[in-house]
Design a protein around this ligand. Structure first.
Ligand SMILES: Cc1ncc(COP(=O)(O)O)c(C=O)c1O
Length: 349
């Protein structure tokens, strides 16, 4: 862990002790519960408060809240905050993550769907006009940027529309934490946003952060986080989220990823960290071939294999993928192919 990570430093500073507290494994190491020295996620005053303040400063937020329950919890907390501010109808694209529709259901909010076209099997981000039309019927807007396929929503235009209408903008940035170094990050435009640190930064699975740009949203968002968060937060996860946002940018791998996309005829998307290789009908075969060589993509939607990178991806790993793709050969996706089936978005009955 880095020296400037407050939660990790607090954990390291503690002497071994006899545990008459949870968790039941009784190893009083990093995986502890909320004790007198380890602070309290629900009302932090120590290392957790310091870490949250640091992260808010990094993201340009008035307040940021650590989550150990994934971006799902962050989406629900944002919806709670929007409702607390009086919103009853939320405009969101039809291909939003299920946490959006489920959150609306739990909170009694009406979902106003923004239509999305499909281009070569990929849901296209809604255009300004479609957003404007949906916003007329809604009290708040919730966009996803970047989406799972690495396309940015038109956040600048959406923010201007929301400002003009006096309606808040929330952004699901589950796939965009690594963009916090850039002008494309959700925090540059949104009133509320969630960063899925565990997806594209080196945080443990389920580590995320939800933030409010201005102070006036902070209390409502805090209540939302309290409402949906576990009361037994994982210290390793919290420490890893702090570490992830303090992890340096890796421009070398960003450039290597863009060069890779050009060399392999990948989809021209906006986000360096998502590589989409078109295979069409051969996508399952390609996935099996790669797995047989020890390479696992993020998903195979029946049109594309998606390879998910982070600042921790190694250039030699990209080179291995490159060799295998050349050996397997490419495929193509038809102009009017239907949207693929993203495994974790598909609901099983
Ligand atoms: C766009 C989007 N939002 C939210 C989520 C939920 O994130 P988590 O799995 O961290 O709860 C996902 C998960 O894949 C997602 O793709």
């Amino acid at each position: 862990m880095r020296d400037d990570c407050r939660i990790a430093a607090m954990l390291r500073a503690q002497k071994k002790h006899v545990s008459f507290h949870t968790p039941g494994h009784k190893r009083a190491g990093a995986d502890i519960t909320e004790l007198s020295y380890s602070d309290d996620l629900s009302s932090p005053r120590g290392a957790i408060a310091e870490a949250e303040r640091d992260l808010a400063a990094i993201l340009g937020a008035a307040a940021s809240f650590l989550l150990t329950d994934g971006s799902t919890c962050g989406v629900h907390a944002m919806l709670y905050a929007l409702r607390a501010a009086g919103a009853k109808r939320i405009a969101a694209p039809v291909f939003s993550h299920p946490s959006v529709s489920r959150g609306c259901e739990i909170l009694g909010l009406k979902l106003c769907p923004i239509p999305q076209k499909t281009v070569r099997g990929i849901p296209a981000q809604p255009q300004k006009e479609e957003i404007a039309a949906a916003l007329e019927e809604a009290d708040a807007l919730l966009l996803t940027s970047p989406d799972y396929y690495g396309f940015f929503a038109p956040l600048e235009e959406a923010a201007a529309l929301c400002r003009g209408a006096g309606k808040p903008l929330a952004v699901d940035g589950a796939h965009g934490s690594h963009l916090h170094f850039t002008a494309a990050h959700a925090g540059k435009f949104a009133d509320l946003w969630v960063d899925g640190a565990h997806k594209s930064l080196p945080a443990l699975t389920q580590g995320a952060l939800v933030s409010a740009k201005e102070k006036k949203w902070a209390e409502k968002l805090r209540e939302g986080a309290l409402c949906f968060r576990t009361t037994s937060p994982s210290y390793p996860i919290m420490a890893s989220v702090e570490y992830a946002f303090k992890y340096p940018r890796n421009e070398k791998i960003e450039r290597a990823a863009e060069a890779f996309k050009c060399a392999h005829g990948c989809v021209k998307n906006d986000d360096w960290s998502k590589i989409l290789v078109p295979f069409g009908e051969r996508s399952h075969e390609a996935a099996r071939y790669l797995e047989a060589h020890g390479v696992y993509p993020e998903f195979d939607d029946g049109n594309y294999l998606m390879f998910y990178l982070s600042p921790c991806t190694k250039e030699r790993e990209l080179k291995k993928l490159s060799r295998l793709l050349k050996a397997f050969g490419g495929g193509r996706v038809e102009e009017n192919a239907p949207a693929g089936a993203i495994p974790m978005y598909s609901e099983r009955p």
